[in-house]
Design a protein around this ligand. Structure first.
Ligand code: CTP
Length: 395
């Protein structure tokens, strides 16, 4: 942490006093801390406390700072943001992009890892609005340090106490490690389904939403990689920090991959590519007739196998969506497509698709294996990149 630059946001709650002790510990560990207090935080604790501890200016209003756009400079110079304590109000604003003061504006302008440590009354913490807002932030890759149960300011007991200093520092250390771990790497990611049309309005596709590829792209960009995301037809939004190239068919993806993935340091192929396409696409909408409709399918190119043949020094990671004989099938793909690792995704009963939880296992080498675990896509994306950094090497 020594020499790292961090923005500490302090919101207006009784736990604001704990931010002073945290500031002192971080300063002792060599962190250069820029503290931003919200207007309500200043009711609980004086800016002078933080100015004395950090020997640096403390920021409050957007308007009374000596410079005109402090929020942009602060987040450009920092390697991570920690908000402790974060109130329900600020969490709601961050979840909805409302940027009415210096702290929320700085977070909206930030492209660095963000750690949020909520602290509030239990009823507020458990309110469906707060639960949904925190879920949204998690989905966007924010790290939420869950509060602890215990005695609260209202003389009630329940969840809502600010996490211990130890847990806060641990989360910040994790965020700082994430920040630079993939700096200088060019990473290509394929994601989402393909669509293969057999008339102007009908197509063959699959249940992929691209969620895991989008989460990996966001996480890799946060870790400093230069990311190209090749994304199929999905309603999910690609992250702002990556270059997104859209595709519809397997052949579109093939062309995009030849341009963007050949020569990349890593390619991670999460796309659910149709192995076959209708041999003919009717020029006008097919009309029904008495008999059955026969559609003949022809083979699509295997994008990942083609990248395997043009591999050079690139590292290739495939995904294997399997319903049976999971590991044996995945290992066969690992060998046949000349991959460095493959991620096994159990998709029985459409499990593993969309925004629900999935379970991933990383396979590599002759028999090496690591469980990535079960969780939401952003959570799994972070754990998978941790594992890939080790397995593929990150020098
Ligand atoms: N893949 C690809 N191009 C294809 C088919 C698959 O790039 N035409 C990639 C996927 O993105 C994934 C990996 O290959 O990373 C394995 O995909 P999967 O559909 O599980 O396997 P297939 O090779 O298509 O084999 P099968 O459908 O027979 O299981």
């Amino acid at each position: 942490m020594n020499g790292m630059r961090v923005v500490l946001g302090v919101c207006g709650g009784i736990a604001a006093y704990k931010a002073a002790a945290l500031t002192s510990t971080l300063v002792q560990r060599g962190v250069e801390l820029d503290v931003i207090l919200t207007a309500s935080a200043e009711r609980f604790i004086a800016p002078l406390t933080f100015a004395s501890l950090t020997a640096r200016p403390v920021y409050g209003s957007l308007w009374d700072a000596p410079e005109r756009i402090p929020h942009i400079r602060l987040v450009r110079e920092a390697q991570a943001i920690l908000i402790a304590p974060a109130t329900a109000n600020v969490i709601a604003k961050l979840a909805h992009g409302i940027a009415g003061d210096l702290l929320t504006t700085a977070v909206l302008a930030a492209r660095i890892p963000i750690v949020i440590a909520p602290a509030m009354n239990s009823a507020m913490y458990e309110h469906p609005a707060t639960v949904a807002n925190l879920a949204l932030l998690r989905e966007r890759g924010y790290d939420i340090v869950e509060p602890e149960r215990g005695f609260l300011a209202e003389r009630e007991s329940g969840p809502g106490r600010l996490a211990s200093e130890e847990r806060l520092i641990e989360a910040l250390e994790r965020a700082l490690r994430r920040r630079n771990s993939l700096a200088g790497k060019r990473i290509a990611i394929t994601a989402g389904p393909t669509r293969e049309a057999f008339d102007p309005i009908r197509f063959v596709s699959n249940a992929s939403t691209g969620a895991i590829g989008i989460a990996l792209a966001r996480e890799a960009a946060l870790r400093g990689a230069e990311v190209v995301l090749m994304l199929g037809p999905t309603l999910l939004e690609p992250p702002a920090q990556v270059t997104t190239v859209r595709f519809t068919t397997a052949r579109d993806l093939f062309d995009a991959a030849m341009r963007h993935a050949v020569g990349a340091d890593w390619t991670i192929a999460t796309a659910a590519v149709a192995d076959y396409r209708p041999a003919e696409t009717a020029a006008s909408k097919l009309k029904k007739s008495e008999g059955d409709l026969l559609v003949r399918f022809e083979r699509n190119p295997d994008v990942l196998a083609a990248l395997g043949e043009r591999k050079g020094g690139s590292k290739l990671v495939g995904f294997a969506a399997e319903t049976d004989d999971h590991e044996a099938n995945a290992r066969e793909k690992l060998r046949n497509k000349h991959l460095d690792a493959i991620v096994l995704n159990d998709v029985r009963d459409e499990r593993g698709f969309g925004l629900v939880q999935s379970t991933l296992t990383l396979l590599w080498g002759a028999g090496e294996k690591r469980e990535i675990g079960t969780g939401t896509k952003p959570h799994l994306a972070a754990r998978l990149l941790d594992a890939l950094e080790e397995v593929l090497g990150c020098s």
